[in-house]
Design a binder for this molecule. Sequence first.
Ligand SMILES: Cc1cc2nc3c(=O)[nH]c(=O)nc-3n(C[C@H](O)[C@H](O)[C@H](O)COP(=O)(O)OP(=O)(O)OC[C@H]3O[C@@H](n4cnc5c(N)ncnc54)[C@H](O)[C@@H]3O)c2cc1C
Length: 386
Amino acid sequence: MLDYVDLEADLGREERMVQQTAREFVEDKFDPVVADHWVEGTFPTDLIPEMGELGFFAPNLEGYGLPNLSEKAYGILMQELEAGDSGLRSMASVQGSLVMYPIHSYGSEAQKDRWLEAMGRGEAIGCFGLTEPNHGSNPSSMETYAEAEDEGYVLNGTKTWITNSPIADVALVWAKDRSDDDTVKGFLVETDRDGVETPKIDEKLSLRASITGQIELSNVYVPEENVLPGVEGMKGPLSCLSQARFGIAWGAIGAARDCFETALEYGKDREQFGKPIAGFQLQQEKLAEMATQITTAQLLAHRLTDLKERGDLQPAQISMAKRNNVRMARDQSRIAREMLGGNGITADYSPMRHMANLETVYTYEGTHDIHSLIIGHDLTGIAAFE
Ligand SMILES: Cc1cc2nc3c(=O)[nH]c(=O)nc-3n(C[C@H](O)[C@H](O)[C@H](O)COP(=O)(O)OP(=O)(O)OC[C@H]3O[C@@H](n4cnc5c(N)ncnc54)[C@H](O)[C@@H]3O)c2cc1C
């Protein structure tokens, strides 16, 4: 696999083990079924318990039976999963970074005991409800609200584009507490509560091997103990997004690397005009550019990880890596598709699937534009969001 400047030479034992385990899982279990799932618009849910057993959910968290691995091991895991498909990495990112992380960081002991081990094993599935039909890039305008009642809260509103919601046992719903100055709070809503519906969004043309839905809340009662006690305001959801965006900055490299490897192999095998197409200068320029772009994205991800491990990583730096690495993967997947000619538009090869998936990855967890604005704000001190 492409590692042009020998970054993997510096990996520790734990990181190598994670890489090998994830590669084997993707090659043996996921690759053989992904094309069919992608075409059908389904996710291989039967693999979720095995993903749990292998420690793919929140491996960088401590306690509650979780592996407590390094941030680099986590990044490498995301890279290997997304080499399979962005839908596979999304499943693990949402479960780990967007649901288990906030429970671990902001939850009560009872919430941690109830959810973390079960989610780590893949026996319970979580989803993260922030986006609404009228509020995507600007979630602070959310309309979903909670009102205090009977030692708990009653929730109303609709969340949309929610990864895993149709298969989730629990939804972390971010809502404004009308009884407390509209403060944003996180509510753990079991999806079997009265008034909760989680319809699937069909007919996606991107991230098809991932289950996406809505969360409709109609007078849903949750007890006080379902509120995350440790965080208030937009810091709650935004801190989760920082964790997930870090994983995406790594993951996108995996998708791009898989496109590169596929194009390289195809180029050496496919003959036109009496020789392999990889022997033509035009194709070599494409391979050279792909390898260079992937390598520079890898360097950024490794540096980001060093900063995270020593506690110095800033949100704007994560924005830079998410923005750069996803754009890189989106661009390079298209070049790889091109190198495969007509075969490149089929589900038999991965580049066009990755290319379509990356439209979602470019859009979710802060669009490319929004990350430009975050970096611009950081550089200039002037906010240009409104
Ligand atoms: C498959 C999929 C899975 C998802 N999973 C989840 C999930 O699990 N949980 C969740 O909460 N959300 C999820 N999302 C939602 C995702 O985070 C949002 O789609 C994203 O934040 C963008 O919001 P929007 O779609 O409403 O676009 P909009 O915010 O309406 O943006 C439309 C366009 O306007 C641009 N734009 C917006 N504001 C500005 C501005 N100030 N300046 C310049 N340009 C601007 C954007 O960049 C974009 O190009 C998912 C989305 C998809 C597609």
